[in-house]
Design a binder for this molecule. Structure first.
Ligand SMILES: CC(C)(COP(=O)(O)OP(=O)(O)OC[C@H]1O[C@@H](n2cnc3c(N)ncnc32)[C@H](O)[C@@H]1OP(=O)(O)O)[C@@H](O)C(=O)NCCC(=O)NCCS
Length: 173
């Protein structure tokens, strides 16, 4: 069973252990593949100077082991008159992948986004070759609004597209 809760500062080592291999692989996020731990912390956790004040970070904890097996960010996609649309990012530990953690964590974050009053969720840069993520988001009701051609250079596949994906959360007010 998984438990979901807001990330605490003490979760950082576990989050970094999930994030670092994803950053180094350079296949799924537009991050510097050589980012160091401090840069990773500034990228993922709230609290640093200049952090987006809407940012909330969650962790998925395996209740059996107490281990953090996934983490997600939720924040406003834009400021001002665009702030009713949320944006989220997800990371699941490689050795916990393919077992439903990502799906369950996304379900939790979609609920959190609804509760926070967001009316939609948008992903700005889903790498086209990231078929696992694209399949997951599509199955959760996201559609591909468009694809920016060649906007991402995959280390093995070369230039590939970045999908913008979107779904409504509740009727617009
Ligand atoms: C994308 C990611 C969050 C998915 O998490 P996960 O825990 O592995 O996903 P789940 O086990 O919940 O699987 C969800 C869906 O992914 C797809 N999927 C799972 N394993 C797959 C595989 N090996 N190949 C292709 N699709 C797969 C299936 O559609 C699955 O749906 P199902 O529940 O009907 O089987 C995770 O792989 C990850 O952190 N990847 C690296 C970072 C990343 O890509 N983040 C998202 C950026 S947009």
């Amino acid at each position: 069973m998984l438990q979901f809760r807001p990330a605490a500062p003490g979760d950082w080592p576990a989050i970094w252990s999930i994030m670092e291999p994803v950053a180094r692989a350079g296949e799924t996020y537009c991050w510097d593949t050589s980012m160091d731990e401090e840069a990773g912390r500034l990228e993922w956790l709230p609290g640093a100077a200049g952090t987006d004040p809407t940012l909330a970070v969650f962790v998925a904890v395996d209740e059996g082991t107490g281990r953090v097996v996934g983490t997600a960010q939720l924040h406003a996609n834009r400021g001002g008159n665009g702030s009713h649309v949320s944006n989220a990012s997800f990371l699941v530990a490689a050795d916990a992948g393919g077992r439903g953690v990502g799906r369950a964590l996304a379900g939790h974050v979609l609920e959190e986004a609804r509760s926070a009053g967001y009316t939609a969720m948008q992903f700005n840069a889903v790498v086209e070759t990231n078929t696992r993520a694209v399949a997951l988001w599509t199955s959760l009701g996201f559609t591909i609004v468009g694809t920016v051609p060649g906007a991402f250079v995959h280390p093995a596949e070369g230039p590939t597209g970045l999908h913008i994906m979107h779904r409504f959360l509740q009727p617009s007010r």
